[in-house]
Design a binder for this molecule. Sequence first.
Ligand code: PLP
Length: 381
Amino acid sequence: MSRDFLNKRVKELKPSGIRRFFDLIIGRDDVISLGVGEPDFPVPWRIREEMIYSLERGITSYTSNYGLLELREAIAEYYKKFGVETTYENVLVTTGVSEGIDLALRAIINPGDRVLIPEPTYVSYEPLAYISGAEVIKIPTTPDFKLTYEMLLKFKNQKIKALILNYPNNPTGVSYRRKELEEIADAVIELDCVVISDEIYGELSYNFKHLSIASLSGMEDRTIILNGFSKGFAMTGLRIGFAIAPDDILDGMLKIHQYSMLCAPITAQIGALEALKNGEEELERMRSEYIRRRNFFVKRLRNVFDVTMPDGAFYIFPNISETGLSSEEFAEKLLLSKSVAVVPGNAFGDCGEGYIRCAYAVSIEKLKEASDRIIEFVESL
Ligand code: PLP
C-alpha cells in the first residue's frame, strides 16, 4: 500500500451535489437544462471588442497583484451605486468571486474559528470554510429563507468569527431591504464578527435597489464585499471579480493572492473595465429580460407548486414536498421521464430538502416548454 498523501480535510469533502447530478445529462440533446447558474447571453459585444483589441495590441502581461489601477478606481466608484464610499486602496481584483471567497476565508480563519452559513446557500462556502480550518455552523432559514436578528443572536458569546451572507441569494432569489439588513448588521455587531458579503447578484435585484451591508453604520470595518462580472455582465468564463475590504483584511487577502494567483487575467480585467465604463445599457437589457422570464416562469409553476417570487438572481426555488417525492427523487424522475434538468434543493444544504432549484437563465420558449413538461410530470404523479 502506498502512503496516503491526501490532506485529511480535503479527503472528507463531498463532491458538489450539482455536479453529481449533471453527470447524468452529459451528451443528451433532448434535455432542457434549468440546472446551470449561468447567463445564456454571450459577453456583451462592446466588452468582447475591447478585449479583442487589447489582444491585437499585444497587451498580455501580468498586472499589479492588486489588479489594474484604473479598474480598481472604477470599482471603487461603481460601488457608490450600492451605498459604499471607498477608494481603490481597498479594492483587490480577483479571479472571480470564487477566488474571493477562498481568499477571504483563508485571510481571517485560524483553525477552529467558527463560521456561520445560513442555508440554503451557494455550494462553495461550506467546503472552502472547512478547508480553511473553520468550524462551520449552519443556520437553516426555511420556510422564508430570510436570515433574521433572532437567528443570529442565538450565537452570542459563542466566539463567531464570520458570517457568510449572500444576497440576492443563490438558490432562493431572496434579498434584503435596508431595514432587514440593518437588523442583520445589529446582530453582527453584537456577535462582533466579520461579514463576508457575496453580492454577485447585486445587479440582478428586481424588486428594490441592491444595498451593500458594508454601507450601514458600524459595518465598514467588518465587511468583506465580494462581487464580480460573471452574472450581471454575463462574463462567467472570463473569471473576473473583486473584493472590497478593510485595510488589514485586504492586506491579508493580497498576501495569499500574490502567491497563489499573482494577478487576475489581464484580458478579463480590460473587459471588466469596459463593462463598468460602458456596460450599463446591455446590463439593463439583460436585467429586463430576466424579469420577464421570472414573471412568466413563476406564474406558470404556481399552477402546481408553492413558489415564492424571487427578489433577484435568476433562480426559483419551488416547494415540491406535496408531491411526496424527495428533492433527489423528484429531480431524477423529472429528468428521466420529461428530460428537464433541475437541481435538488438539498444540494444547497439539508434544509433545502423538499425544494428544487430551477434557473431561468434560458429563453422564454425553453421556459414555456420546460414548465409544460414539469406541470405534466406533477399531474401524472
Ligand atoms: N457566489 C455565488 C452566490 C454564485 O452563485 C456563484 C456562481 O454560481 C459564485 C459566487 C461564483 O462566481 P464567480 O464566477 O465570480 O467565481
